[in-house]
Design a protein around this ligand. Structure first.
Ligand SMILES: C[S@@+](CC[C@H](N)C(=O)[O-])C[C@H]1O[C@@H](n2cnc3c(N)ncnc32)[C@H](O)[C@@H]1O
Length: 279
């Protein structure tokens, strides 16, 4: 009966969440449930199990599938200069203000395979600010982080995103920031030197340093309101007074307890400035 089978899927999801939390320390209980349910079911199928329930013993007794499970649940979809108008607004509005600081600490949370953080670093370099910037790029997906840290992409990616780069306010050529050869494009060492990649779980880890800018786009959409609120509080605590927050186009802070601490710089593009003291 449809009602009964729906509830079995729900029980299976609860058991999966319980196993991940208590056995492996990864708590998915506050992820948006409908999309998590789809992803867990798809993952079980991809790994060759007939159901999520059949995956559970393996998850409980053997940690070998954990990296694959984390990678499968994390949706590391990204691209260079995604939503170029957001980058353009950062170049035109945020960077002139950030330029007045002697040092810049930036946290890019949910960096996936690195395309977004490299886009940001390229624009900082062109604005003459990269030399005083330290960017921390974090994610829970270690496979994606390893790829990001490598900084090697297919050469055609550079061609494909050249227009986005220009629309984002790029003033040179995108290719000038890479060394190209054998069908690959390697991010320049000068840019990589200013980025540290690290494992950080927005669900359970705390603030790791004070920053002037937080960029976290297309990550909160996977979380429920409660977790979004926690993470926005974490960003608010991390930001120094006058620091900036950049979220994804479908994300906003209006509902959260952190909202009173921010004023919109460009509400449509989800750019906010921390206006008050730390809560
Ligand atoms: C859709 S990608 C967004 C990539 C990039 N920010 C962009 O907008 O192009 C979402 C990323 O969030 C990461 N993520 C999901 N849950 C996370 C968590 N609890 N802590 C840190 N990162 C997380 C995923 O691993 C994935 O790489």
């Amino acid at each position: 009966m449809p009602a009964k089978s729906a509830s079995i899927h729900s029980i299976e999801l609860d058991l999966f969440i319980e196993a991940m939390t208590r056995r492996h320390g990864y708590d998915f209980s506050n992820y948006a449930r409908a999309s998590l349910k789809r992803r867990v079911a798809g993952l079980a199928q991809k790994l060759g199990f007939a159901s999520v329930a059949e995956l559970l013993p393996r998850l409980l007794y053997d940690g070998d599938l954990l990296p694959e499970i984390l990678a499968g649940l994390s949706v590391p979809v990204t691209k260079m200069f995604r939503d170029p108008m957001v980058f353009k607004a950062m170049v035109e509005t945020l960077l002139p203000m950030l330029a007045t600081y002697p040092r810049l600490n930036i946290w890019q949370a949910g960096c996936a395979t690195g395309e977004e953080v490299y886009s940001l670093a390229i624009l900082l370099e062109e604005a003459g600010l990269l030399h005083k910037a330290q960017i921390y790029a974090t994610d829970i997906n270690d496979a994606a982080l390893a790829k990001a840290e490598e900084g090697i992409f297919p050469a055609k990616m550079v061609e494909e995103h050249a227009d986005n780069y220009l629309h984002a306010g790029g003033t040179r050529t995108l290719a000038s920031h890479f060394s190209l050869g054998y069908g690959f494009a390697k991010v320049s060492g000068a840019i990589k030197d200013h980025i540290s990649f690290a494992h950080h779980n927005l669900v359970s880890d705390g603030v790791f340093c004070e920053v002037n800018l937080v960029v976290c786009r297309n990550v909160l959409i996977y979380f429920d309101r409660h977790l979004q609120d926690r993470v926005l509080g974490l960003f608010e605590t991390s930001l120094s007074r006058g620091g900036f927050l950049c979220l994804g186009s479908k994300e906003n802070i209006a509902f959260s307890a952190a909202a009173p601490h921010f004023t919109p710089v460009n509400a449509a593009l989800r750019l906010y400035k921390k206006s008050g003291g730390t809560s």
